[in-house]
Write a protein that binds this ligand. Structure first.
Ligand SMILES: [Fe+2]
Ligand SMILES: [Fe+2]
Length: 180
């Protein structure tokens, strides 16, 4: 990894764990989410809210305006509210994901009630499914729930050429999520 890439990644990392969202951002979220969905959004960690808002804004900047994609942008990580993690646990997952992505998958397959350090990996692996349930329960469409459920799914290369609308939106969400 060259120096500028390393600086970019470090900035992205600290932004991811330290930034909060503003009052204006919450107002923006309220224009997209229903009241029960906004309540879920507000239960997310402030830095996760800010990340989700960056995803939304970047998708809009790229000309995307699908309402289910916008809901998924704001709520794709909402499953994390089921088991909030401490800062060191979130840092651990980010680091291990960079060094050994398969370890995240392996340790994340443990039970939800896993005590100790593995808990962070269970949340990392299972929050898409937990989030999709919350989105469905809050009245989200099947498409919005599917985008949340699949936001970490490994897509085949050149997936942007797929003609299914769900896959196209999922690809956009994943690319922007990874950059935000
Ligand atoms: Fe996620
Ligand atoms: Fe995300």
């Amino acid at each position: 990894m060259n120096t500028s890439r390393l600086v970019y990644r470090s900035r992205q990392f600290w932004q991811a764990i330290s930034t909060g969202s503003s009052h204006e951002d919450t107002e923006l979220a309220a224009t997209i989410l229903t009241p029960p969905q906004l309540e879920l959004f507000q239960q997310m960690h402030r830095s996760e809210q800010a990340h989700s808002l960056r995803v939304l804004k970047e998708l809009r900047r790229q000309g995307e305006d699908n309402s289910d994609l916008e809901i998924a942008a704001l709520l794709h990580d909402v499953g994390k509210i089921r088991t909030p993690l401490r800062l060191w646990e979130r840092v651990l997952v980010v680091l291990v994901r960079k060094i050994c992505p398969n370890c995240v998958k392996k340790w994340g397959a443990a039970s939800e009630n896993e005590p100790g350090w593995r808990r962070a990996f269970v949340v990392a692996e299972k929050h898409p499914a937990w989030g999709a349930d919350l989105v469905s329960q809050s009245g989200g469409s099947a498409l919005a729930a599917a985008l949340v459920a699949r936001h970490q799914e490994q897509l085949p290369p050149n997936n942007e050429k797929k003609d299914s609308n769900e896959d196209r939106l999922l690809y956009k969400l994943q690319v922007v999520d990874n950059q935000s």
